[in-house]
Design a protein. Structure first.
Length: 94
């Protein structure tokens, strides 16, 4: 089953987009908490942010990222992995 079929069947992207645009934003604050949420080390997190692969910003000299945005980013990464496993070309993140 292709990624497009999975997305159409479950409408996952649309529901996450709706949630991101309509719900009050909850933020995960601090590189340690963000890295734990994503299941990666702090150095890996900082590399992704510095490379521009993961959007984040500083508030009072502390990293902060929207939890909804992280959920969308994680979904995209999972879809990328599934596309690679199926031999389909990667798509840019919207």
């Amino acid at each position: 089953m292709s990624i497009d079929a999975i997305l159409q069947k479950h409408a996952t992207t649309q529901s996450l987009t709706d949630r991101f645009l309509t719900e009050p934003q909850t933020y995960i604050k601090g590189s340690k908490a963000i890295a734990e949420y994503l299941g990666m080390s702090q150095p890996t997190l900082l590399k992704l942010i510095h490379a521009g692969d993961l959007p984040a910003f500083l508030v009072a000299n502390r990293l902060q990222i929207s939890k909804s945005l992280l959920d969308v980013w994680l979904l995209y990464r999972q879809l990328e992995a599934m596309n690679a496993a199926l031999g389909e070309p990667a798509r840019p993140m919207p």
